[in-house]
Design a protein around this ligand. Structure first.
Ligand code: N2P
Length: 355
């Protein structure tokens, strides 16, 4: 009899352990019955109407938060307890997050709309095979300027920014890789420079730009440039497109020395609690009509060929949809690793304090 009881208790224990393990795996994979998804995205980077449409279509509730740089986003994600289901980092940040084991591989069978992405934007070096990320928007960094405020002058080169006539006229986007990169590009160095002497030299070059710098800001730069409170901005192409739509007196140029071409893709962090919902959201955004609505709203360049026919304005503007003959000559940011990124951040902070 004792044996039977022992066996029974043993079997019960095994059953409990199995139930516990399955539940644990379920929650690890996020396939819980959660009816919310949390999204962490750049500011001004998603049409709010699409959030409402997604909630309506899926019955899921969206919690939405924004960031202004990859560095800020990565710091937040490193904090214990962040449980975003969907995040939209750029190329080099995706590469780093992938290497640090912070991402969940995408289940492509849940993302049929991936077929609408132009192959040019798939399988890029920072995420081969798009194992962890789906394309969202892409673009360049360049100069937006107002010829009317500058006696008709035009820009071609990063060097033009150092012109004495531009005192207090330039607004810079508040982002370390972009601005240190501007210094590097102006000196003919790579955007992925890791030689500390060259990085210091780039910072020195930027120091000479200080008299011309009016502000270093995030999304507010659009209003300042549209309202002509400054004549020149170093901005992402999509922001330039939005600015020019609101104030057609401005123009945008990809500087002739070259610049950064970037790709923002959607990923699912390891700590996500609704992995299924995250896939639903990604596929929703990849749907051509939704992608077109989003592109019209955000103003950035879409990698979704299916979306092109639904756009209010056709994506043919060479300034914002440069062909491969141009982008192939531009540089992608590489993942330089945590400590090199800290050097870029430090140099950028110091530069901000020169002002
Ligand atoms: C949108 C910022 C776009 C990010 N406000 C460029 N990678």
């Amino acid at each position: 009899m004792k044996k039977v009881v022992q066996m029974f208790v043993g079997a019960l224990l095994v059953a409990f352990i199995l139930i516990y393990i399955t539940a644990h795996i379920d929650s690890l994979q996020g396939y819980s019955s959660a009816d919310i998804i949390t999204i962490y995205n750049w500011g001004d980077y998603l049409d709010p109407d699409l959030i409402a449409a997604f909630e309506e279509e899926t019955g899921l509730k969206v919690i939405y938060q924004t960031f202004e740089s990859n560095e800020a986003m990565m710091t937040k994600l490193a904090h214990k307890g962040s449980t975003f289901d969907v995040v939209i980092p750029s190329d080099y940040a995706i590469n780093r997050m992938k290497e640090e084991g912070l991402l969940i591989p995408l289940d492509h069978s849940l993302l049929p709309n991936l077929e609408y992405i132009d192959p040019r934007f798939l399988d890029l070096p920072f995420d081969e095979g798009n194992k962890y990320s789906a394309p969202y928007f892409w673009g360049t960094l360049g100069i937006v300027y107002n010829p009317e405020l500058l006696g008709g002058r035009h820009f071609e080169s990063w060097h033009d920014l150092w012109d004495e006539s531009l005192e207090n006229e330039i607004i810079l986007v508040d982002s370390a890789r972009e601005i240190i990169g501007l210094g590097l590009n102006a000196l003919g160095y790579s955007l992925n420079e890791t030689n500390i002497d060259r990085l210091m030299e780039a910072q020195g070059k930027l120091k000479e730009l200080v008299p011309n710098v009016k502000a270093i800001v995030g999304d507010e730069l659009k209003v300042l440039l549209v309202n002509e409170e400054a004549a020149v901005g170093v901005v992402w192409s999509g922001d330039a497109a939005g600015i020019i739509e609101e104030n057609p007196r401005l123009d945008y140029v990809i500087p002739m020395e070259g610049t950064n071409v970037w790709f923002d893709n959607i990923v699912i962090p390891r700590t996500a609690t609704n992995v299924l919902g995250a896939h639903q959201f990604i596929d929703f955004i990849l749907d051509p009509e939704n992608a077109a609505v989003n592109t019209d709203y955000v103003g950035y360049s879409t990698p979704n060929v299916g979306a092109l026919e639904f756009l209010d304005e056709v994506g043919e503007d060479e300034r914002f949809y440069p062909g491969p003959e141009i982008t192939d000559k531009l540089e992608l940011y590489e993942n330089l690793g945590k400590s090199m990124l800290a050097v870029y951040n430090e140099l950028f902070l110091e530069f901000k304090m020169f002002r």
